[in-house]
Write a protein that binds this ligand. Structure first.
Ligand code: UD1
Ligand code: MG
Length: 446
């Protein structure tokens, strides 16, 4: 397919290499994921706290996809829901899992009137970047197939790309490959770009006479070659295009993504004392002058303001905002809470479903008791409140501005502005009782 008038115009306007700028993706996410040995669909497994499919959709959107068609199994409601959380998404159902070629075919109905270019992505390739997709598009010319190849340290069971100079002659799956072919170190990432019309005409010719009895998408390359249609390739870093088929590969993708997230955080000025024990989520937002000390785990949907210090040994869970200059110390867990500017939670505390104002001081061992076994309840703590150590704050609860909670209190009722809340049994001192106690003990031991 020569480019449409719109693409031609765009190509003229933006110069060389942008000929495939307008594109739709097909994202394969309907596989059984057998090798994961899990009841959860493979693409829902998380890397940096977000499902693999989320990462792929995000990269596709960032690269400028006009639409993403996600191929799903009909019964995978969670996959559909995730896919539709991206406004550019449609999905198509693959009824039976008959291979990657058959999966792509499921998108044909969605694309009946589409005359543009397709980028095929794999839902099990979470580390793909928008730049990789752009490079792929830039490497492609009209009426060609273009694919991303990579050369990993261990080519494992990836499909091998048979090349001659910069052209691809074919792709052979590991299970179908000869010893000699298995020695090829150019691997197929499973990511391709080509015109939609060409794609669906090639898919019509796929056969399943191979080691796995499947319709391999990879066979479109040989079919294209037999018609004189060229396939070219561009390179990507192994770390960006590794495909995740089992739990060990999932952990490898996690390690790479953690490294990327930490490097990006440090680049924008965050101090990480020990990158190896710092865990960030893909959507973690970090302000300026933030220090994160070792053994800190930050869950999804967390925002950390400027000048905040966190850790060591801190667990910041989902939906938490930490205001400017706040200090979160060791063995502190925070969940679904807002921590106001300048507040301190320095040691051994659980703060859940809470709103803390500014300059609040939470003493060691303070617990918001937010759950009664049935429902979660909120705790509101006003500006400048001081909570003494080892206090239990039984939610729902409000502690107004300027109040003080005496250490060791179990607070069940609202504490009004500037008052002291004290709720602990009164102390009795029994004079010389220690002496008689010790005497009794030592005589009974004889
Ligand atoms: C595939 C490629 C292989 C490549 C590797 C890169 C084929 C035949 N092989 O192998 O050349 O090196 O990716 O990671 O394409 N899926 C469906 N429906 C199906 C089968 C699979 O939607 O019927 C989806 C899966 O959910 C997955 C993607 O397609 O997201 C790839 O399938 P997978 O089984 O992981 O293929 P690989 O064996 O990794
Ligand atoms: Mg795979």
């Amino acid at each position: 397919m020569a480019g449409s008038w719109l693409q031609e115009a765009l190509s003229r306007a933006t110069g060389r290499g942008k000929a495939m700028s307008i594109f739709t993706t097909i994202i394969l996410a309907a596989g059984n994921g057998t090798r994961m040995k899990s009841d959860m669909p493979k693409v829902m497994h998380k890397v940096a706290n977000k499902p693999m499919l989320w990462h792929v959709l995000r990269a596709a959107e960032a690269a400028g996809a006009s639409k993403n068609i996600v191929i799903v199994q009909d019964s995978h409601e969670d996959v559909k829901k995730l896919a539709l959380s991206f406004p550019s998404t449609e999905f198509a159902v693959q009824k039976e899992q008959r291979g990657t070629g058959d999966a792509v075919k499921a998108a044909q109905e969605n694309l009946q009137d589409f005359d543009g270019n397709i980028v095929i992505l794999s839902g099990d390739c979470p580390n793909i970047s928008a730049d990789d997709i752009s490079n792929l598009l830039n490497s492609a010319k009209s009426n060609q197939i273009s694919l991303i190849a990579f050369s990993p340290l261990d080519p494992a069971q990836y499909g091998r790309v048979i090349t001659s100079e910069n052209k691809v002659l074919g792709i052979v799956e590991y299970k179908d490959a000869s010893e000699e072919q298995r020695n090829i170190d150019v691997c197929n990432s499973g990511i391709y770009a080509l015109p939609a019309k060409l794609l669906f005409s090639l898919l019509d010719e796929l056969k399943s006479n191979n080691a796995q009895g499947e319709y391999y998408l990879t066979d479109i390359v040989t079919i294209a070659a037999s018609k004189g249609i060229e396939t070219v390739f561009c390179w990507a870093d192994e770390n960006n295009v590794l495909g995740i088929n089992d739990k060990a590969e999932l952990a490898a993708a996690e390690a790479i993504m953690q490294d990327n997230l930490c490097q990006a955080a440090m680049k924008q000025g965050t101090t990480l004392i020990d990158q190896g024990t710092t865990f960030l989520s893909a959507d973690t937002k970090i302000g300026r002058n933030v220090v994160i000390k070792p053994f800190t785990y930050i869950d999804e949907n967390v925002e950390i303001g400027d000048d905040v210090t966190i850790g060591p040994f801190a667990h910041i869970r989902h939906a938490t905002k930490i205001g400017k200059g706040a200090k979160i110390g060791n063995f502190v867990e925070i969940k679904k809470s807002n921590i106001g500017a300048g507040s301190k939670i320095s040691h051994l505390s659980y703060i859940g479903d809470a709103n803390l104002g500014e300059n609040v001081n939470i003493g060691a061992g303070t617990i918001t008791c937010n759950y009664d076994g049935f429902k979660k309840y909120k705790t509101d703590i006003g500006n400048g409140v001081f909570v003494g150590s080892n206090s239990s704050l039984i939610a729902p609860l409000e502690i107004e501005e300027g109040a003080i909670i005496a250490a060791g209190s179990t607070i069940t009722e609202k504490v009004v502005k500037d008052s002291i809340g004290i709720a602990r049994s009164e102390q009795k001192n029994l004079a010389e009782k220690a002496l008689s106690f010790r005497n009794n003990k030592s005589s009974s031991e004889k």
